[in-house]
Design a protein around this ligand. Structure first.
Ligand SMILES: C[S@@+](CC[C@H](N)C(=O)[O-])C[C@H]1O[C@@H](n2cnc3c(N)ncnc32)[C@H](O)[C@@H]1O
Length: 282
């Protein structure tokens, strides 16, 4: 399958997500086994679930803002789409409005308003980054886009996915332990750094360290022994090769932005580590 067909086949996610799995979907789907339910403990943009052929989904992310955004689409459907669309016009495409809305995002307790601004920031902010400071406030500067794209088609597709999905906002381990025999779990945790200077793992305040990466492997091994198929993706480094030494592994090169300023593009090696279900009859 060539690259062009991947682009025409799969729908992108409503939120921009630098480093998301969009370009690698075919590779991920080829490695994922069939099953009754797909569980994504680190869903991020949800692009993997959005295009995957399962009947049911359990979608989780530790980032509360992102999960609330998905719940707004699930609950309010077209009404939320129309509401969020209000911020995608010339009136709001300037610095005064951007920084006003960013402050609103960081202070409001109205989840629907906050979720609409999340989409606005994702599409008007610098490089689509969703970055938080240590106090948990979004601090992404404005980007320079003439006419930011409103992802209507992507949100419509998400409405369809949401009908088959339940959404959670917990630590990955709690979610993985909910998996039952016959479920498939795809884990795309924050990347391990390629080097100590290329640390790009702060998706939300809290971070994700080697202790968490090792905890993830322990849980993957435990639940695969109970009949659950688990697939983990990450950067391929000497650390991850050792980390996933009990898994079936494959590696490949991917062209990727590896720094926060969006200028440093390079070929990066990725690894897929598969922990096949054991003890499963079906
Ligand atoms: C690499 S991103 C996932 C990207 C996604 N596969 C995509 O293509 O858009 C990792 C995600 O893990 C989430 N995360 C970080 N720590 C977590 C934890 N302890 N439990 C669950 N999710 C976590 C982050 O909020 C982030 O959205």
């Amino acid at each position: 399958m060539n690259k062009t067909s991947n682009k025409t086949q799969h729908v992108r996610a409503p939120l921009k997500w630098p480093g998301g799995k969009y370009k690698l979907l075919d590779r991920v789907y080829k490695t994922l086994t069939p099953g009754k339910r797909l569980i994504e403990p680190f869903a991020g943009s949800c692009v993997v679930s959005l295009n995957a052929p399962y009947q049911r989904f359990l979608i989780n992310d530790k980032n509360t803002d992102v999960i609330n955004f998905y719940k707004c689409i699930k609950n309010d459907k077209n009404e939320f789409i129309e509401y969020a669309k209000k911020y995608f016009n010339e009136k709001y495409n300037n610095k005064d409005e951007y920084y006003f809305l960013r402050d609103e995002f960081n202070s409001t307790t109205d989840i629907i308003y906050k979720s609409a601004i999340l989409l606005y920031i994702s599409r008007h902010g610098y490089n689509g980054l969703l970055r938080y400071n240590l106090s948990g406030q979004v601090n992404v500067p404005m980007g320079q886009y003439k006419k930011p794209y409103f992802p209507e088609k992507e949100m419509q597709k998400f409405i369809q996915l949401s009908k088959k999905s339940s959404f959670q906002n917990k630590d990955f381990e709690l979610i993985m332990r909910k998996a039952e025999k016959g479920d498939v779990v795809y884990c795309d945790p924050p990347y391990v750094p390629l080097s100590t200077t290329a640390n790009f793992t702060t998706y939300s305040s809290g971070g994700f360290n080697n202790h968490d990466q090792e905890r993830l492997v322990r849980v993957a091994e435990e639940i695969s022994a109970k009949g659950v198929n688990v697939l983990i993706s990450n950067h391929a480094t000497s650390y991850t090769r050792k980390l996933y030494s009990n898994a079936q592994r494959s590696e490949f090169l991917v062209r990727r932005m590896i720094s926060c300023n969006g200028k440093n593009r390079n070929n990066v090696r990725e690894i897929l580590a598969s922990y096949p279900a054991r003890g499963a009859t079906k």
